[in-house]
Design a protein around this ligand. Sequence first.
Ligand code: ZN
Length: 318
Amino acid sequence: MKKVHTVQGPIDPDQLGFTHTHEHILCDARMTHRTDPPTRGAYMLLDDRERAVSELKKFKDLGGGAMVELTTAAWGRDIKVLQRISEESGVHIVATAGFYTWPYIPRHVDERSIARLADDLIVELTEGADGAEATAGILKSAIHFDRIGGVEEKCLRAVARASIATGAAITTHTPGTRRQEIPGANVGMQHVRILREEGVPLDRLVVGHTDEHADINVLAELAEFGCYVQFDVLGKTHYMLDLTRAKLTREMIRRGHLKKILLGTDRCRRTELYEEHGGVGYTFILDTFVGMLEAEGVSTSEIDRICRVNPGEMLAYG
Ligand SMILES: [Zn+2]
């Protein structure tokens, strides 16, 4: 049977419980490799391990089971620390192999072949990473610009080959903001084109950040191809109202794509996570968004399918 590969080892998909498929527990935006690090404002930074445990416990107390932690190696991932946080909080954590956006891609990537990069990712997925015996359990491709190209495309092709070798899913960061006016509202279709070239089955692709800027027809088409469509910046209302996200979810279900929806909140700043800084924590879906879905007519069994079954089907391989 296929397993979900958590930082504490492989588990059966039905052991995950209620799962957020795009979160951060430890990340550090100061770890840039191609631009100056940020110095002011609420940049992406979560570095308090004790606080991570207490925030995850709040999630667990409300019925939470698992988180997919999408911080890559070059901007703060430490699987040994994630193992301890998982143990102490009782929340399953799946860690990530792959790449974040252009500023966070290490310079050595420029020199290495796609095959070599893919081999390194396969080691992280099958043998261990960050000096731990625990492995990553998902791959990541992140795109900073409005077109996939350059070193980001190289990273994507390495991720694609590691996915074919292992069966691990590929989750994506897409630049879906209105700033860039991308046709289709995100680069999901560009991911589809390149993954098809590489021979990756499209049910291994999770198109992320689709609720920064959404075109429902494009999202439905991605789901028809077999891709997962992830609404994963829930609670970040500067992109879109959560009510709109609830309506988008209901419409995806109405169009027959219940099995292709995933949810997350992408907490990566203290201001998003910590209540005293105005954050909504890791509990936003359980204590608020589930109620918004119900108010839109989404049933309890449909919510269970989205939050308890789909994550396991997406994550399981091997
Ligand atoms: Zn993220």
